[in-house]
Design a protein around this ligand. Sequence first.
Ligand code: 26Q
Length: 819
Amino acid sequence: LFGLMDGFLKNDPLSLQTDILDHVEYTVARSRFSFDDFEAYQALSHSVRDRLIERWHETQQYFKRKDPKRLYFLSLEFLMGRSLSNSVINLGIRDHYADALKQLGFDFEVLAEQEGDAALGNGGLARLSACQMDSLATLDFPAWGYGLRYQYGSFRQVILDGFQHEQPDYWLNFGNPWEIERVHVSYPVKFYGTVEEDILNGQKYKIWVPGEMVEAVAYDNPIPGYGTRNTINLRLWAAKPSGQDDMESYNTGDYINAIVNRQKAETISCVLYPDDRSYQGKELRLKQHYFFVSASLQDIIRRFKEEHNNFETLPDKVALQLTDTHPSLAIAEVMRVFVDEEHLSWNRAWDIVCKIFSFTTHTIQPEALEKIPVDLLGSLLPRHLQIIYDINCNFMEELKKKIGLDYSRLSRMSIIEEEGPVKNIRMANLSVICSHTVNGVSRIHLELLKTKVFKDFYELWPQKFQYKTNGVTQRRWIVVSNPNLCALISKWLGTEAWIRNVDLLMGLREYAADADFQQEWKLVRRLNKIRLAEYIEAMSGVKVSIDAMFDVQIKRIHEYKRQLLNLIGIIHRYDCIKNMEKSDRRKVVPRVCIIGGKAAPGYEIAKKIIKLCHAVAEKINNDPGVGDLLKLVFIPDYNVSVAELVVPGSDLSQHISTAGYEASGTGNMKFLMNGCLLLATADGSTVEIIEEIGEENMFIFGAKVHEVPTLRDKGSARKPSLQFARIVRMIREGYFGFKDYFGSLCDAVEGNGDFYLLEHDFESYLEAQASADKAFVDQKRWTQMSILSTAGSGKFSTDRTIAEYAESTWGIEPCKCPF
Ligand code: 26Q
């Protein structure tokens, strides 16, 4: 019996093969002797899943026994991408599986390509949450992630005639082996209704009498750490009709309609909202937020109460991290549970609340801060509205004592925005007031928070404000996505220890000029470029030369990210080539310009940028006089797995936001780790990258953060650029077709309309591009810069970010599950 009980799954080839074939037969229900690649992928993933579940169980039991302070990481978005390769690498059994599969006649890489992306998020914030989960697991922190299990993730971008179309991403169609459905872990979530009063022991209490109830069901996604058995949990909630329905409605005769109405509950977790930062005040989105918050808190409080009976100790056991303001209704919900359900006094409840929440903002523009119309909140969550008003009332009283009757400052700091046609709740103010720590995502971001967005709050509570520069996980962004580079790094460092301790990458500096190392480095990079070139040809039909410089800008399409500056630069390059003497063309450094990214479905200008990219590509790629000197390709449906292919294969990457507009940026870090050079503005985390690897190893250009407001004020008094104006005129006058369609795009970058200062930065952008060309010609120098980029990327690991959060924000310690 004991032999059976300690029997962990074995990882020798025969056991793995038996396992996979058993899953073919019993899970996928196919013949062991005949199954295709997708079925093999399914069986393989289930076999990996079994191993994840083992460790997940051990870890959870260990946490329960040790009962350390736990971190609950609340985020409405997680961009996990694919799980297979990541899991087997973190479990340390990739090669075991590859060998076992080979003997069965399958190639691991081919099967890994069968997997679709889990895209339960939009962009930077969502991928950051995923990277942070990987670091939390790897560093053995007792952490739980909570999120929503959207049935439809980020829309699929389809390009027709150069225009973006959005299609639903029904990612669960073929099943999801990476989740475990927990039919018994479910909680009721209430909406609407009224607030009534009750008297208990002579004390008045508010009671929320809800009008609608749905059920939140848990789906657990194991997150394995690397080089540890710790496997933490990402719990995602799905909405289901409530089991506690009033049976009366079935007796009224309209059985069919009663069922149909019940089924509507599922719409709550049905679809991820595209990141349209101005799209606020929608009831369904608010419902999603509360659904998420209510289910997660019921789960967290239940777990706490299993071991403890006094809420005073909650702050010693629980840290709640708010990823932007999206989950910040949690603050009002904890107050409601404490006061209305647990019957704590308001002041005791408030004391505890102020000790458990920390808030990280990923936003930089004041106008993008989340607001909820008071009327909307009052109808959906009447009791929460009262609580928020009470929190605000107390805060205003305290504030008056401190700052006096400075009414304009009081009204700026109030949670309730009274000005404007409708009253709004300012979720950011609520979050700042109730959190013990407010974090920015880069040093410059914190500076802007202190001096602009949260100036009033910073002056009141300077000690609350901190920053933790973002990072990315080297496991996903080097080990999984660039295996050849990974092997090369380990070979020259003589160790794989950098995969857990990324600062060791610094050791590569020593070999940056070594001819042998450079040779091997170049070879790895070339193989990655070949892989990318094949993908480009398959996606767009454009054949590109491997010897050209691969110049990449992939990220969400946004005006402040200035894809348009890139395009205008490309047109300028095209124009120069066309106007050149034939003999001079030999001096041109051939380029393949690659752009990719989704535009929010309602963001007209962003969609026009995508169309312009296609129109320009059409012209350039079909101009025989240009040939391999310049190609432009748009990579459709940019997502995590596309990034895993593109990042390792690029030479130069662009991060060219107007200074002061990118809170951090994390794409820059992925490229940096992979030895791709950066052409960038001194914005967000790039400022810190410059400090780590030196400006001489990058191409930095453009106005600095402190210059931007003055430049903007100058308006049309700014120095014009004739070259810039000429290109905008070409676009406007129909040189690339679609004359009328591009008019508004041109208006947005001309004269006073040029809010993001494209024209001002254009000349220095061209200079930076020229320096990049010059550096590329000298391949020895370029390769050295490339090596130094990777070598200096250590700071930008989420391992560092998470260690900082653990120490100075969450107060948690590692809890390593023993063997
Ligand atoms: C809000 C209201 C309604 C619908 C959607 C939203 C919404 C959704 C997502 C608003 C914002 C987001 C995402 C923001 C985001 O990704 N911000 C990025 O966060 C990264 C990680 O910190 C930073 O590196 C980027 O600079 C920042 O833009």
